[in-house]
Design a protein around this ligand. Structure first.
Ligand SMILES: [Zn+2]
Length: 512
């Protein structure tokens, strides 16, 4: 049975008008297939009934779009485009074809499906009981019993063992394909498609490492001394770093999280309760997720817990949804570099940390004053943890036959200052999305640089409709019709750099 019925894709592209209708036909197909995939994923995550196309039919429909024939036609049509927007569409789609066609190989597809299914269905256990991801994070951040923290840390080792073979396979196969196209590794290919280079990325990592190094090490040592820990192990780091600097968790109760998220958006002059962006509770290994069912049906899944960290995650997902909600570009131009997309999420999440908003959320002044001085500490930890994964992943792309646990352990010790006793490399629930980790680091560069601009230009940011108007104009509405680094330049008046983040990592939290 045929699940999708589409009008024919024009079979000749001889003029600019024909090229345009060809792209429109591809976009209509990708849009419909994307919507089917979103419904399928939603029903699997939520255990809800689903009567749409099965995964095989979705893959087959995608293969039909991303065919060699279409790719050739697209490339031959490139020279017909005089309209810059049309040229941009061809460029973006050409990259999408390249990545999609790499993943069409049968072995690679099997490996990717195995990895994705395991991530979705596998759940950790602790001392014989199921362990939710929400609880695992709570233990690693706040459990004084060191043995319990260690067992929670090690609970994902079993997933690592299951994932080792398909993950390694995925690295090999994608590398082979990227090398056949003339790239050093698949990792380098992905960076090139995102408009950056490995040198650019590692240069920023290095700036982060030197800027945060001294304070990171001294705070870790003082916390370890206070806790009576002589040699810091991997399951100690989050406990020592990601607990005391935060405001008290009871000031951010889970049952006020959804209201607070919507209230903040309204305080920034967005009609949040009319947008149709809905928030649902979930237990995600990522803390939160979001999905677009249709343009006006956007859904957020977020973990339920008390504390600013949970609010931050909900705001983060809300930022993704706002970005997507305001982006009415054709399907191919809606998808952007994950560095930029995560930047839009982190940018929104930063609003929850403003002292002026904390005050309106009911946080007492003395607690806010303390948090202004400590807020950079968990951020340092966050960036160093992310860069552990970034450099480890690049090393894996360089040589998937290396002892990957050892590589991962070495970077853990370098950035986090703990013993090199890592989780198995495959257990990090991130490799499933290749070259994704740097996005969370770059996202904070985009976010802080943009906020610094907004505070300078539209003070105070709350209650100023210009803030959202500026984001809409420069970031949300253009989609991928403008390259993301250029969007950052236009929005903030200068090229993306580590400067504003460096300032936040050395000074008290600014207000706006
Ligand atoms: Zn995100």
């Amino acid at each position: 049975m045929s699940w999708f019925s589409f009008d024919a894709v024009p079979d000749a592209v001889r003029t600019e008008a024909e090229l345009r209708s060809f792209l429109e036909a591809l976009d209509r197909r990708l849009e419909a297939i994307g919507a089917a995939r979103a419904r399928l994923d939603w029903s699997r995550k939520r255990g809800e009934p689903y009567d749409g196309p099965p995964p095989e039919a979705i893959d087959a429909a995608l293969d039909d779009v991303y065919s060699e024939l279409h790719h050739d036609r697209l490339r031959r049509g490139r020279d017909l485009a005089s309209d810059p927007l049309l040229r941009r569409s061809v460029h973006v789609l050409d990259n999408a074809f390249t990545l999609a066609r790499i993943d069409q190989g049968n072995e690679l597809r099997c490996a990717l499906r195995e990895i994705a299914d395991l991530y979705m269905s596998w759940r950790p256990t602790l001392d014989g009981d199921d362990l939710s991801y929400t609880r695992m994070t709570a233990i690693l951040r706040g459990e004084p019993d060191r043995g319990l923290r260690q067992r929670a840390w090690e609970s994902v080792a079993a997933l690592g063992a299951l994932l080792d073979a398909p993950t390694r396979e995925m690295f090999y196969l994608r590398n082979d394909a990227a090398r056949a196209l003339g790239h050093a590794t698949y990792g380098d290919l992905r960076l090139k498609i995102d408009g950056v280079t490995r040198e650019w990325l590692t240069g920023l990592v290095h700036q982060m490492e030197t800027t945060t190094g001294p304070e990171y090490a001294s705070y870790l040592r003082s916390q370890a001394d206070a806790a009576g820990i002589e040699a810091v192990e991997p399951w100690d780091v989050q406990y020592l770093y990601d607990r005391d600097p935060w405001p008290r968790a009871e000031l951010f109760p889970a049952d006020r999280l959804i209201d607070n998220t919507l209230n903040c958006a309204e305080a920034l002059c967005l009609p949040a309760r009319e947008l149709g962006i809905r928030i649902f509770w979930y237990d995600s290994p990522y803390g939160g997720e979001w999905t677009r069912i249709t343009q006006d049906d956007l859904r957020i899944l977020t973990n339920r817990g008390d504390g600013l960290i949970y609010y931050h995650t909900a705001y983060h997902e809300y930022g993704h949804a706002l970005h997507d909600w305001h982006n009415h570009q054709p399907y191919s131009l809606r998808r952007e570099s994950s560095m930029f997309s995560e930047g839009m999420a982190q940018l929104w999440a930063l609003f929850v940390h403003y002292p002026s908003w904390l005050r309106r959320s009911g946080v007492p002044d003395d607690e806010i004053a303390r948090y202004r001085r400590t807020r950079r500490l968990p951020w340092m930890y966050r960036h160093r943890r992310i860069c552990t994964d970034v450099l480890a992943e690049l090393a894996v792309w360089d040589d998937p036959s290396a002892n990957l646990d050892e590589v991962y352990g070495r970077t853990t010790a370098r950035f986090l200052g703990c013993a090199a006793w890592p989780r198995p490399f495959a257990a990090t629930p991130r490799w499933v999305r290749a070259m994704q980790m740097q996005s969370y680091f770059i996202a904070d560069l985009i976010s802080t640089q943009t906020h610094a601009y907004l505070r300078r230009t539209f003070p105070p940011v709350f209650g100023r409709p210009e803030v959202v108007a500026h984001l809409r104009k420069h970031y949300w509405e253009p989609g991928n019709s403008v390259a993301w680094l250029e969007k950052v330049r236009r929005c903030t008046g200068r090229a993306l750099s580590y400067d504003d983040l460096a300032a936040e990592m050395t000074q008290p939290l600014p207000d706006g």
